[in-house]
Design a protein around this ligand. Sequence first.
Ligand SMILES: [Zn+2]
Length: 142
Amino acid sequence: MPPDPSADQARAAIQAALGQIGFCLPGSITIRHARCGKPRCACAADPPSLHGPYIQWTRTVNGKTVTRLLTPAQYHAYAPWIANARRLRALTAELEALSLAEMARAENWDKITPGTLAPARTKLVRVPKQPITPKTPGDQPA
Ligand SMILES: [Zn+2]
């Protein structure tokens, strides 16, 4: 059975969008403020003046969560790559849902249950205004 023209058009649009995606980075970026633990530091005062902000890139490597601190310049350079990965996952889910619907139509099945969509793993946050210096460059356990 030939594909439904509108489904085929939707598929072509998804594939065109996939072709526009650049580099894709796994993980997510969060910006945190932290206490250092020293009792006489301003971060222990009331109200506290926390350290940071720290830009943390978190991802899973061989089943383990690893975190690396990014500079604002690195954040500006690579946050779009993380957004690309999120877009890639969304487009993949869209293509799967479309394919399931098209299969159901082609096979004359009344209903087909789509799989559960994977949860979004990428969260982008705003860039801090003040510059920061990473304390511990390199991967570190979260
Ligand atoms: Zn402190």
